[in-house]
Every structure is written in C-alpha cells, then in structure tokens.
Unconditional design. Structure first.
Length: 182
C-alpha cells in the first residue's frame, strides 16, 4: 500500500538544506505508513521517525521481517550539488541467545547506486543500536530540479522470542547531506 503526503522544509542557514528543497514524501512498506511516519530537520540532519516500525517473534515463531521504503521529491538550488554524507539507523533490539537481527539501509538518488549498509545483532543482546557511516556516495546532478531521494530499510528477526523496534522520535533514520558549488 502506498501513502503520499506533502511536507515542506525551509531553512535559512548555511547547511545543505538551504540548497536542498524537499517536497512530497511517498511511503511504502510493511513497517511504516502515512499516519505513523514523520520527517523533520534536527540540527544538520534530516530525520525520519517511525512510531510503529517493529519486528517480533513469539514462542514457536522463527522469523519476522518488516520494511519501509521512502521516496522524497527534492530539488537542488541552481549552481549546487548535494550528496549523502552520513546516514544512521537508530533503534532498540532484544535478541535472545541463538537469535539474530539483520538491519539493512539503502540510501540513494533515483538513477544512482550506493552501497547497502548491513548490520547483524547477535543474541543475547538487549540494547539500543545505532549503525551507519559516512558515505562515499555520488553527487546529485548540478541544480537538479526533479530528483527523488530514496531511503529503504528493513529489519529481520530470526529466532524465537525476540524483537526490534524503531518506534520513538529519537529512533529512525538520520541523514546528513553535504553540498558544494558546481
């Protein structure tokens, strides 16, 4: 199921967001929807938070997977380019002995490729997680007016009686962009 809603971010600062204009947010996936997914700017980061992105296995269950695919319409101010500089996936996991949690995060501009970030949390573990890294991603085209920023993520629990979640405003996806003149 696909949900669409509009959001506008306007900043007057020296950050990359003063050259990057964001528009419609399209949400699709088994772990997110329009009513429970929010986006906002927090300092130098674009933040996407989920209120119900969770995976869980109960007694007798061995696998659960949820995903969320986000597309954000964007434009870059003429004379500038942007790129993904740093991206983080933040949440909480309770993984029992013999179980594991696989986390995936893919971020790119439509029409380009970027490495998929993958992290595995092995049980026993009961703690918050934050993974990601600085990226060596391609620059957007100079002054690109109609581009789409893609943020695709999934969580998969393997094993009994374990769960993971990104369901608070402090969890979710954090993206920092870098800018340059072109």
């Amino acid at each position: 199921m696909k949900f669409v809603f509009a959001f506008i971010i306007s900043l007057i600062s020296a950050s990359a967001y003063s050259q990057l204009q964001l528009g419609d947010l399209n949400i699709n996936g088994s772990g997110c929807n329009e009513q429970t997914t929010r986006s906002f700017v927090e300092g130098e980061f674009l933040k996407v938070s989920f209120l119900d992105f969770e995976t869980q296995t109960l007694a007798g269950e061995r696998f659960d997977r949820k995903n969320c695919n986000i597309a954000i319409n964007a434009s870059v101010e003429p004379g500038f380019q942007v790129k993904f500089d740093d991206i983080r996936l933040i949440g909480f996991a309770s993984v029992n002995q013999g179980s594991n949690l696989d986390l995936y995060l893919d971020s790119f501009f439509s029409g380009t490729m970027a490495p998929v970030l993958k992290e595995t949390v092995y049980g026993p573990s009961r703690s918050g997680f934050e993974f990601g890294r600085s990226l060596n991603s391609p620059w957007s085209p100079c002054g690109q007016q109609d581009m789409i920023i893609r943020l695709n993520t999934s969580m998969a629990i393997k094993g009994e009686k374990s769960y993971s979640r990104m369901n608070t405003l402090s969890s979710g996806i954090k993206v920092r962009f870098k800018k340059r003149r072109c």
